[in-house]
Design a protein around this ligand. Sequence first.
Ligand SMILES: [Zn+2]
Length: 126
Amino acid sequence: MTSIPRKKNYNQLFLECYTKEFPCVTCSINESNYTFCLCCACDINISSGVSMADHAGPLFRKMFRKSEGAKKHGCGRTKTVAKISEMADECQSYLADMLKTTPFSVATDGSSDESTLYPKRFTNQK
Ligand SMILES: [Zn+2]
């Protein structure tokens, strides 16, 4: 039996703290997975973390009107996802190599109703 791959469902919602960190955005009067860009006076879909990349080019062109770099900026969602994937591959390899040679600790939460942590130290030394 062949399974049909499920389409990923992204549900990122606007949080008030976004305005503190990025004063140019505020809540949208429309859907909760949109934010309103005060620079461009338009709604931006934030349902997935990288969907805001589609708005970077138009925003940069408004913010830096004389910049040739801003005019040429072409890195929307697709290219951003490709870059993140490439960086993740590199980081994963670097992290794996580092963990083979460097002692490290991991703490896990023991249960859902207590804040008991169970730390464990890992090292390659015998
Ligand atoms: Zn904008």
